[in-house]
Design a protein around this ligand. Structure first.
Ligand code: SAH
Length: 235
């Protein structure tokens, strides 16, 4: 793995262990399955995906990538977990969709394809990289001027600690222990500062509410736990 890839090898290994069960809606990726329709609708409601060049950064097994392709996007999707990309590619045989999956880091894509994408999505990944500001810079570099960024992550609040770590990892055993590190959660104000620094204008932010018992997920005004935002690359 490249030294400058802004990636934690330990984190990638942790996600790769989940690869074979990624598309099982009742497996460890269950919260992502439950959240996926809501975040996909958020993206397609705010961006014109039809024919747009879209990239899903840190795509895992491709849950959002496929939803973006189904909505008409011309989707590239990258992840450093080779096993995850393998599973994502295999799933295309079931869905009959087309996605350009690649084993690639966010840093490398920013270097090789600057100003290339109309829409950049990066969901539930920024809390797993060593340098979140460098990730925002790379995402900004990938965007065409006027292009849109969609990003989701966990807030650094007691409520998020309770829901994502104590609740999901310890009480409900939805996620393997050690999936999340509280210190790496980011407050919306911190992300907003990074967006400004890298020429991105925050346009909207919504909470993502999720009830693991009923498996209901929806947008809410409360960003205390999980949230999704949209920002635009200034010219
Ligand atoms: N975005 C997906 C998966 C989230 S899990 C979803 O929400 O459904 C986070 C993913 O980010 C993992 O698959 C992990 O392998 C990947 N990842 C972490 N750091 C990365 C980096 N620097 N470049 C590319 N992928 C990365």
């Amino acid at each position: 793995m490249q030294a400058n890839a802004n990636v934690s090898a330990e984190e990638i290994a942790r996600f790769e262990k989940l690869a074979s069960r990624w598309w099982d809606p009742d497996g460890e990726s269950r919260p992502l399955h439950d959240l996926n329709p809501v975040r996909a609708a958020y993206v397609s409601g705010r961006a014109n995906l039809r024919g747009a060049r879209v990239v899903d950064v840190g795509c895992g097994g491709g849950l959002l990538s496929e939803a973006l392709a189904r909505a008409g996007g011309n989707v590239t999707a990258i992840d450093l977990g080779a096993k995850l990309i393998e599973i994502a590619k295999l799933h295309l045989f079931e869905s009959n969709l087309s996605v350009d999956y690649r084993v690639q880091s966010s840093t490398e894509l920013a270097e090789t394809e600057p100003a290339s994408f109309d829409v950049v999505c990066c969901m539930e990944m920024i809390e797993h990289v060593p340098d979140p500001a460098a990730l925002i810079r790379d995402l900004s570099v990938m965007l065409k001027p006027g292009g849109q960024l969609f990003l989701s992550t966990l807030n650094r609040t007691p409520a998020a600690f309770g829901a994502a770590i104590v609740g999901a990892e310890y009480l409900m055993r939805l996620l393997p222990r050690g999936t999340h590190h509280y210190a790496q959660f980011l407050k919306p104000s911190e992300i907003a500062g990074m967006l400004r620094r890298f020429n991105l204008e925050l346009e909207d932010i919504q909470g993502l509410a999720y009830n693991p018992l009923t498996r209901n997920a929806r947008l809410t005004g409360n960003t205390a736990v999980n949230y999704v935002l949209s920002a635009r690359k200034l010219a």
